[in-house]
Design a protein around this ligand. Structure first.
Ligand SMILES: *[C@@H]1O[C@H](CO)[C@@H](O)[C@H](O)[C@H]1NC(C)=O
Ligand SMILES: [Mg+2]
Length: 275
């Protein structure tokens, strides 16, 4: 009993001390309770930190840590929702320190790559940034919608986007600011649509993001895949004489399809898939 109490305290401390990387995410109490009841709360909160195996994850269905790895490696594709039994796993991953740690590895590698660049400094060198789950985080929305376990709802998601309240991803901001400093121009290439330009600009600015070279949004009537859209836009940039020294996104569709950019970086995103 005393042991259980102690574990509970440790788990609570872990969850609250690194809670959503300074985000103030309001989860409906009922959903939090449901998460904790169905997904073995105490050990589950500790699992991502201790790296302790998959038995709990597989009890209710899919082994969630293996599923996330499959997603990140692009072996698992075209999925519509996070497996129902992984809501707790993905929730703890995103809200705790694990997501932040994984993102830090990506950005540290990107910064190490930046250090090796021999820049021409001719104003033509750009770095392509995706927006959602790369520069801005929609975690406040997903925390209220099952962390991707429910089907994407364009109506409610777009209403959230129009609030313009998405927090910046702190690791990405580090890279963004470094590039500005050394004269590589950040450029946004997003699946957000042209009608969301004003709110997107306002949201970025409210999060301290300034000085981008361009913000490319999807034009009305575009029907192709995300890969076709994004690679097509990168081709146009290249044709206009820009050199894409780097490209970062949370989806594989951000970083595949020629021209990809001289180097690509993939941030973690176990909440949704865009093909
Ligand atoms: C999508 O969200 C809207 C707005 O919250 C809601 O009215 C609608 O019922 C939702 N649709 C589905 C299929 O859940
Ligand atoms: Mg994205």
């Amino acid at each position: 009993m005393a042991m259980a109490k102690m574990l509970l305290l440790v788990a609570m401390a872990l969850v609250s001390s690194c809670s959503a990387w300074e985000l103030n995410i309001q989860m409906p109490t009922k959903r939090l309770q449901a998460m904790d009841e169905t997904v073995a709360p105490l050990i589950h909160a500790l699992r991502p930190l201790l790296g302790s195996g998959g038995e709990l994850g597989s009890r209710g269905g899919v082994a969630c840590d293996s599923w996330v790895l499959g997603v990140e490696a692009h072996n698992v594709r075209d999925w519509k929702t996070v497996p129902t039994n992984c809501e707790g796993y993905v929730g703890h991953y995103m809200l705790g320190s694990h997501f932040r740690r994984d993102s830090k590895i990506v950005i540290d590698e990107a910064l190490a790559y930046v250090e090796t660049l021999k820049l021409a400094g001719n104003g033509k060198e750009i770095w392509v940034f995706d927006i959602d789950e790369t520069t801005l985080s929609n975690l406040p929305y997903y925390a209220k919608h099952g962390f991707g376990t429910t089907l994407f709802n364009a109506t409610s998601f777009n209403a959230y986007v129009l609030e313009g309240s998405a927090p910046v991803l702190p690791e990405t901001k580090r890279l963004y600011n470094k590039l500005l400093k050394i004269g590589v121009k950040p450029l946004f290439l997003t699946g957000r649509t042209e009608d969301q330009r004003d709110i997107t600009v306002a949201n970025l600015r409210s999060q301290g993001i300034y000085g981008w070279k361009d913000l490319l949004l999807k034009q009305p009537g575009f029907k192709g895949s995300a890969v076709a859209y994004k690679s097509g836009e990168r081709q146009k940039l290249q044709d206009a004489g820009y050199v894409i020294v780097g490209n970062i996104g949370d989806q594989w569709s951000d970083i595949i399809g020629a021209p990809e950019g001289a180097r690509t970086f993939k941030l973690p995103d176990p909440m949704y898939y865009i093909g």
